[in-house]
Design a protein around this ligand. Structure first.
Ligand code: SF4
Length: 143
């Protein structure tokens, strides 16, 4: 739906997205595989139920780092409906990523299967248009 609106998704950092979900886990022979895998997931998980300060900061920094690495124009914060952890986080972090990190942000919550949502489609289109307008202004030397 996002790409239908004219955008290109360059990375997917969701709690269950491609990053960190499909990263290579480097195992050593020094220890059983299971604790190494468990440690990896505990350290890299982006699940919003981890509310220690360092994990909250990690999620913000990861989004910022990946957006820079993939040269994104903006970030979409999506929350699965009924995940209260993401609900709390999304409201605050959408504001912080915009005000403190300077990213254009679209903040949405959605059902697991939201393919037919006209409201979401409209919001994606509006976000893509706002990014395009920003680019035009930038190219003309404005902000
Ligand atoms: S609890 Fe919420 S944030 Fe954590 S994995 Fe599930 S949907 Fe994602």
């Amino acid at each position: 739906m996002i790409e239908d609106a004219g955008a290109r998704v360059v990375f997917d950092r969701h709690c269950f997205g491609a990053i960190p979900g499909r990263e290579v886990i480097e195992l050593t022979d020094d220890e059983d595989a299971l604790p190494q895998i468990v440690r990896h997931y505990m350290n890299t998980s982006e699940c919003a139920r981890y509310i220690a300060d360092n994990k909250v900061q990690q999620r913000r920094d990861t989004a910022d780092r990946l957006a820079k690495e993939f040269r994104a124009d903006g970030i979409i914060y999506e929350q699965m409906k009924y995940c209260d952890f993401w609900g709390f986080e999304r409201a605050l972090v959408s504001h912080i990523m915009s005000e403190e990190y300077g990213w254009p942000i679209l903040s949405i919550d959605r059902l697991y299967n939201a393919k037919g949502s006209g409201q979401l489609r409209t919001r994606f289109q509006a976000f893509v248009e706002s990014l395009e307008i920003k680019k035009i202004h930038k190219a003309k030397g404005g902000k």
